[in-house]
Design a protein around this ligand. Structure first.
Ligand SMILES: *[C@@H]1O[C@H](CO)[C@@H](O)[C@H](O)[C@H]1NC(C)=O
Ligand SMILES: *[C@@H]1O[C@H](CO)[C@@H](O)[C@H](O)[C@H]1NC(C)=O
Length: 470
């Protein structure tokens, strides 16, 4: 079945225009948390200049993370890089949350391998990193994703279809270190055991298929290549997907995906001898600065606080942790712990807005609204139901919001991670409500801004360090 499916896919279905592939502020150590943040409304408008002073740009050992639509991506002058509306971004983010919820529904946790279910939506594809492929190496921009495992890039000759990307498409013939994976082979078999689609070409090349949604996927040859994370950090024999049929409409012209999930194909698993399954990233708190990604446990910030990784998500691609309470305006809400334990919580690099269990959302909302009575309200915006009109105000004073994790870890959310600005006259509390009590809570990247977040799978913990990014 799989063989004929991919044969069809690669050789027969060459219509280039169809979507014929139809697969299925700082950590406060004292107890006195600040109660309010004050921001100038003008500082909340998008910036057009990339701040060159950031740590991400000056330190050579760090892999730079850029927001694909921000001034640091080098794409802002690029006409082909169409910036989606805020409404479209929130819809893309909702699609990711829905796909995570469907993959992690309690039923599937008990009964089936999660990866047998339809794929995870890539969401807004907002953050990209540059990784070198091959010898000599070609730098490629990849969307990085902590909830998917296979790294792939578009590859020449693009037998079926490649989309338009920022850099030249990788050409394996020009690399001395490219090695195709044969089939059958143990590595090829892992494609299906890790929940992706496997095939075998007429010339016994191993074929993979990875599906995010019906409009976002990559199919091609499984291969090994030398990758250069930084100029001094080179890793040989990395198993990746050399995509011959690819679609990635939200990718911002990225060359593919960097999979940082927990499965066998993840770069984290493949480099475990070297980096011991530890990586961290820092997402910039402003669109106008760059963040960074780094591998290994060297140089972790001293201010870091660790919370245990949740056992609930072992055997999945997701990194879980346990949230125990939320604070608004310097006061803990004392939300019943069962509200969080019945949903479970994952932290995700590619989800934007944090999703709360319904009972927690209504408590946060009520408390936030009570502290924002000095501002006129605005209509709801997409899935964000608590909005304000700041057009008459030069400064905005808003209550702080703090996430409390197991192990006594407090994470006060950055001032820029609280309100999502569609425009000055419509700024909304940047938290969304899950539909069901048992839908998993998702800590999104909007709320992770300004923190170095450390994923330490080896020691089963997730760490947060405030103020480590700049
Ligand atoms: C993809 O799926 C969505 C909803 O599931 C559907 O509305 C849309 O028509 C599908 N697109 C294609 C190209 O099949
Ligand atoms: C914000 O502006 C509105 C409209 O001008 C005004 O009614 C409100 O009092 C202002 N709020 C603050 C805190 O200045």
């Amino acid at each position: 079945m799989a063989i004929s499916f991919f044969f069809f896919l690669l050789l027969l279905c060459s219509s280039k225009n169809s979507y014929g592939f139809q697969p299925k502020t700082t950590i406060i150590e004292t107890k006195d948390l600040p109660r309010v943040h004050t921001l100038q409304t003008t500082s909340l408008l998008p910036s057009t200049v990339c701040k060159s002073s950031s740590k991400a740009i000056s330190e050579k050992s760090l892999i730079k993370i850029v927001n694909k639509h921000g001034p640091c991506s080098g794409l802002s002058q690029d006409k082909a890089n169409i910036v989606p509306s805020h409404a479209e971004i929130l819809r893309q983010d909702q699609a990711r949350a829905d796909s995570i919820h469907s993959m992690l529904s309690s039923n599937s946790l008990e009964k089936t391998s999660l990866q047998d279910k339809p794929g995870i939506s890539i969401g807004t594809g907002k953050y990209q990193v540059g990784i070198g492929f091959g010898l000599p190496n070609t730098k490629l921009s990849l969307v990085f994703d902590t909830a998917s495992q296979l790294t792939w890039t578009q590859c020449q000759p693009c037998s079926v279809y490649c989309y338009d990307q920022k850099e030249p498409i990788f050409n394996p013939l020009k690399s001395s270190s490219y090695v195709g994976i044969r089939c059958p082979s143990a590595t090829c078999n892992r494609i299906s055991s890790e929940g992706m689609q496997k095939g075998c070409s007429t010339k016994s090349a191993c074929i993979y298929g990875v599906t995010y949604t019906n409009t976002t996927f990559s199919v091609g040859f499984l291969a090994q290549e030398t990758i250069s994370l930084t100029s001094s950090d080179v890793f040989q024999g990395f198993v990746f997907g050399c995509g011959q049929r690819n679609r990635f409409p939200n990718g911002g012209r990225a060359a593919g995906v960097l999979g940082l999930g927990r499965g066998w194909f993840s770069i984290i698993s493949q480099t475990s001898n070297k980096y011991h399954k530890v990586f961290s990233y820092c997402l910039p708190s402003s669109e106008a600065s760059a963040g960074y990604l780094k591998f290994g446990d060297g140089n972790l910030p001293s201010s870091i606080k660790f919370t245990p990784m949740s056992k609930l998500f072992e055997g999945t691609n997701y990194y879980g942790l346990d949230i125990v309470d939320i604070g608004v305006g310097g006061e803990r809400l004392s939300i019943d712990r069962s509200v969080f334990s019945s949903s479970g919580t994952v932290i995700d690099s590619a989800s934007l807005i944090t999703r709360l269990p319904p009972a927690a959302y209504s408590r946060v909302r009520r408390s936030f609204v009570a502290k924002m009575t000095n501002y006129p309200t605005a209509p709801k915006f997409e899935n964000l139901g608590t909005c304000y009109d700041f057009s008459g105000n030069s400064t905005v004073e808003m209550p702080t919001i703090t996430l409390y994790f197991d192990g006594g870890v407090e994470m006060p959310i950055d001032a820029r991670g609280i309100l999502y600005f569609n425009k000055i006259s419509q700024a909304c509390l940047a938290f969304a409500k899950n539909n069901e009590d048992d839908d998993v809570m998702i800590v999104g990247n909007f709320q992770q801004k300004g923190y170095e977040v450390v994923y330490d799978e080896a020691n089963g913990r997730v760490g947060f360090a405030a103020g480590a990014c700049s």
